[in-house]
Design a protein around this ligand. Structure first.
Ligand code: NAD
Length: 484
């Protein structure tokens, strides 16, 4: 199968924070893949803007190194890499001062799409927005891309939204959540709304419960200082898990348009009931044979920050009133996996004699590893000896089904950046969505703070605290195994 790449219009993309970790690890290697695929027009320009005193050739050398380190197989195509690097410029800029802004203005062309990626600390978003405006660099069609974290509670998210709104309309603001750029996440919508099979069953009458797991094997890495002030609830649940929940639970929009999709997601967040304290388990990883404890990693021996959360939530609407959603995310877990599992109800009646097992259809949507889906179905065990039933997966791993197309699969960041250039906001969070998500999350965190809640310890490399298992067992259910 041959990929159909539709080039985007000519653009100038400024990456504030262009020397930072995210730019070097994700944004620029991703843009190189888009360039190589022919999607990025050869005339388009990428301008790195950051604090370091570099010239353009120094920046190109830095990005060459980054692509060699973090890029995939495509990095061996050195001729194309040279051409790509020629599309790069660099400006040393001070977000909080006046240095570099006139030079940036002189590099930006008229009559092309202008996008500004704020890959810097959120405390600089306001300064950047203000100066882009004051120096007349941005116009009414320019787009800004902002990174997470978008606030640390409702009040700070509202303040950030208000600051950006002083200079940019909502239609110009692209709040990135890279989970929404994953192929499988978009496929989830295609599977739900493009097939007759699933939608009639997608409700409390047929779905017993839904599990969303995002498990990481890594600890806090070099982000200990940031993470210890944030924790899993702010870092993962409020944004990534909430977005996945919305896509699973939302009503079909009338058309696949940015505001129609986001209106439906917002309704889901607003329908989420407050979570009762006994429906949440907080955990923190402890040392194991070959791993240090969370507290050692963040160098805070008294930290009560959670590196794990499991919870049971309810979406209070007609479709989902009796179907619980179980969410779970953690660091230093036994395997790296992200999946959504839609667990259908048992058949009420058993017609096969002697079959006492509980057979269930499960639709599992894997975000990583091996992006794909499998549907567990019940069949007859092969061979003579009567009707014994077994459950087998109908597996659709994209790499198997789509061959080169899947191997070529665009990374979430590059896909989302191309959407910015196309002016398509469907896969970006709208301001009111982010605020609604914080409005739901805040009372949970405030409850922990008020009670001085102490997270349950779990062994690094395990499936999380035992209490998380109990959360399911109490309801006669169990988590799916965390497998890499
Ligand atoms: P980083 O610390 O590696 O880089 C920060 C960048 O900002 C540098 O290029 C630096 O020169 C620039 N900068 C700092 N102060 C400046 C100023 N006053 N004027 C101009 N430029 C200035 O940070 P990062 O890890 O690349 O993260 C960037 C943003 O992306 C942050 O908001 C972070 O929360 C978010 N983010 C990062 C990751 C990741 O994997 N690194 C993942 C998700 C979100």
């Amino acid at each position: 199968m041959v990929s159909r790449v539709i080039p985007v219009d000519d653009f100038d993309l400024v990456i504030f924070g262009g020397t930072g970790d995210l730019a070097r690890r994700k944004i620029l290697p991703g843009l190189f893949r888009r360039f190589r695929s022919g999607q990025m027009p050869a005339d388009s320009r990428i301008i790195g803007a950051a604090r370091s005193e570099l010239d353009t050739s120094g920046y190109r050398a830095m990005i060459r190194e980054a692509i060699v380190e973090f890029g995939g197989d495509e990095k061996s195509d050195t001729d194309t890499l040279d051409q790509f690097l020629n599309a790069l410029d660099y400006v040393a800029i001070d977000a909080k001062g006046e240095g570099g802004w006139s030079e940036l203005k002189s590099l930006i062309r008229d009559k092309v799409i202008k996008a500004f990626y704020f890959s810097v600390a959120p405390s600089l978003f306001g300064d950047l927005a203000e100066r882009l405006h004051a120096h007349e660099i941005a116009d009414t069609d320019s787009r800004i891309v902002v990174e997470k974290p978008f606030g640390r509670d409702l009040a700070s998210a509202q303040a950030l939204n208000a600051t950006l709104a002083e200079h940019f309309d909502e239609r110009q603001i692209y709040r990135i959540d890279h989970y929404l750029g994953k192929e499988t996440v978009q496929n989830l919508m295609a599977v739900r709304f493009g097939n007759v099979l699933f939608e009639p069953l997608w409700n409390s009458h047929y779905v017993d419960h839904i599990q969303i797991t995002v498990a990481e094997t890594v600890g806090v890495g070099g982000r200990g200082g940031y993470y210890d002030k944030s924790g899993a609830m702010r870092d993962m649940v409020q944004n990534h898990l909430m977005q996945l929940l919305c896509l699973i639970a939302m009503e079909p929009p009338s058309v696949f348009g940015a505001n129609e999709v986001r209106d439906e997601k917002l309704k889901v967040i607003r329908a989420l009931q407050p979570v009762e304290a006994h429906h949440i388990v907080r955990g923190q990883y402890d040392a194991s044979d070959d791993a240090a404890s969370y507290r050692a990693d963040v160098e805070n021996p008294r930290s009560f920050t959670e590196s794990f959360v499991a919870m049971k939530c309810h979406v209070s609407n007609w479709r989902w009133s009796d179907t619980p959603f179980y969410l779970r995310t953690g660091k230093k877990m036994k395997a790296r996996t992200s999946e959504i599992a839609v667990v259908f109800k048992d058949l009420g009646h058993k017609m096969f004699e002697g079959d006492s097992a509980r057979h269930r259809n499960i639709l599992a949507i894997r975000l990583q590893p091996n992006e794909g889906m499998d549907l567990q179905v019940t069949i007859k065990e092969p061979g003579p000896g009567g009707m014994r039933l077994i459950d087998v997966p109908l597996d659709m791993t994209f790499a198997d089904a789509l061959g080169d197309d899947a191997e070529d699969a665009t990374d979430a960041y590059e896909r989302l950046i191309m959407d910015v250039i196309r002016g398509n906001q469907t896969l970006f969070m709208r301001g009111d969505e982010v605020e609604a998500a914080w409005a739901w999350t805040d009372p949970i965190i405030e409850g922990w703070e008020a009670r001085n809640d102490v997270p349950k310890l779990y062994d690094a490399g395990s499936a999380g605290p035992d209490d998380a298992m109990m959360l399911m067992h109490r309801d006669g259910r169990r988590w799916r195994d965390i497998k890499g």
